[in-house]
Design a protein around this ligand. Structure first.
Ligand code: DLL
Length: 438
């Protein structure tokens, strides 16, 4: 079977042609930002670079990085490369501290964005005739509007149900015959839970696929979601600073996410030294936009950790794939000197029968010593209240975490439904050391 590809020409370009296109676009982009954005001009001058010095893609490594901090210090519109009257949409990402990062789109940027989303929609096998319920919030967050227009572009029937009002989601799914659910993976699990609470088995609905993104989720979480809904779940990745969703997405091979390389140059760098790493090595993702008009970014440091998979994909697309992002440089916890990623904890927990995929990692400091607690809910079905069973389960969780992390947490098993649910990005870590400045 020949897989359907939304933009066959650009998604299957021979590497040499793709690289030639990237170089041409990069040169154009660089001279534009040099002329239009004083901040980039200053940074390039400080690095002793002029746009015409960029002669090959390898020269990219000579350009300075852009960070979230750089965007914040130019709040709100300092990095826009067009006058505000050409900007037809603004989005922002809130972050946990300080001012939001603000991004803008021209009419052409919005058309590009919809095209890129149409690609990831199509590569998951979603098409005209499908009814997609968008469960992302619509607002400054890029998830809702981003997916919305791209799904429409692909000819899919869109139900802009938005995040929240969860019971209504079930009703809409039932009444409209929704076939595709679009949202964060954690919200998808929560919707399933609410459905069961209403006496509706999510598997009895007509949903057959899910397009999930905006937060890290492990393969264990994917299996939980697929089981709860009886669907096939696809991952897609993006970030506001680069465009929003639509930067990369899984095809049906589900072996990495195809990066739309004709629009974004991707690098992986050593997060400590900033040195570009050879293909296949794990490090921090860095993106340079090649076609964005209103808000171009040069070597934007994402803090997301991944690696590139340069081998050809069976789906026929020639674009490079990135491995599923399961962590960020800034979500690594250091507990008693040991590096711990929340995704490691999630992987362990989702592999243990009897647990629900809802957990919270709590880190605190008592005196000089870090305290490490993992709270996890018991599964909704098969709940046991026999003390011995619970004690044995707790021991298993502790031992498995110890084996993976070389650190023994205190484990607290909670009743199903105890932890907070969100319609947006789940919060998995509570680091009280940070909050108290310990
Ligand atoms: O979350 C854009 C988006 C919306 C992507 C809907 C996919 C679907 P921001 O709010 O700016 O933008 O957050 C970007 O979220 O740097 C990652 O750390 C994380 N992230 C996004 N997608 C994934 C994913 C949107 N598939 C930040 N897997 C990024 C892991 C993801 N992390």
């Amino acid at each position: 079977m020949i897989p359907i590809i939304w933009d066959r020409k650009h998604e299957t370009l021979p590497r040499r042609e793709l690289e030639a296109l990237q170089l041409e676009r990069l040169q154009k982009q660089l001279s534009r930002v040099y002329r239009k954005v004083p901040y980039y001009r200053r940074r390039l001058e400080a690095a002793g670079m002029k746009p015409e010095d960029l002669r090959s893609l390898a020269d990219l490594a000579r350009l300075p990085f852009t960070t979230k901090e750089d965007i914040r210090t130019n709040y709100p519109f300092g990095l826009f490369a067009v006058p505000l009257d050409r900007v037809v949409r603004i989005h922002a990402s809130s972050g946990t501290t300080g001012k939001p990062t603000v991004v803008g789109y021209t009419k052409k940027d919005l058309r590009t964005w919809a095209e890129l989303i149409a690609r990831i929609v199509t590569q998951a096998g979603v098409k005209r005739g499908d009814v997609a319920q968008v469960c992302f919030s619509y607002g400054l967050f890029t998830g809702g509007f981003g997916l919305h227009y791209g799904l429409e572009r692909a000819g899919v029937t869109v139900v802009p149900a938005a995040a929240g009002n969860t019971e209504r989601h079930i009703q809409l799914m039932r009444d409209f015959g929704t076939t595709v659910i679009v949202g964060t993976p954690s919200y998808a699990l929560y919707i399933a839970e609410v459905a069961r609470g209403m006496g509706v088995d999510p598997r009895s609905l007509s949903v057959r696929k899910g397009l999930f993104g905006a937060e890290p989720w492990t393969e264990g979480m994917r299996s939980e979601i697929e089981r709860a809904w009886g669907i096939e779940a696809f991952d897609n990745y993006g970030l506001s600073e680069v465009i929003g969703p639509g930067v990369a997405g899984e095809c049906r091979a589900k072996a990495g996410l195809h990066v739309s390389e004709d629009h974004f140059l991707v690098e992986v760098i050593d997060p400590e030294t900033g040195t570009p790493l050879p293909p296949g090595e794990r490090g921090e993702l860095v993106f340079t936009t090649l076609t964005k008009e209103a808000f171009p970014v040069i070597r934007y440091r994402t803090r997301d950790l991944s690696r590139l998979i340069p081998e050809p994909c069976p789906c026929g697309r020639t674009t490079v794939r990135m491995e599923k992002v399961t962590g960020r440089t800034d979500d690594m916890l250091i507990i008693r000197g040991v590096n711990v990623f929340p995704s490691q904890v999630e992987e362990v927990l989702t592999a243990i029968p009897g647990l629900a995929p809802h957990y919270l990692i709590i880190v605190d400091k008592k005196g000089y010593l870090d305290e490490f607690e993992v709270q996890v809910e018991l599964a909704q079905e098969g709940f046991t209240d026999r003390f011995q069973d619970l004690a044995a389960l707790e021991e298993t969780v502790k031992n498995r975490l110890q084996a993976v992390l070389s650190l023994t947490p205190r484990v607290k098993l909670l009743e199903f439904g105890s932890l907070e649910r969100t319609a947006g990005k789940a919060r998995r870590v509570l680091d009280r050391r940070k909050e108290a400045g310990k």
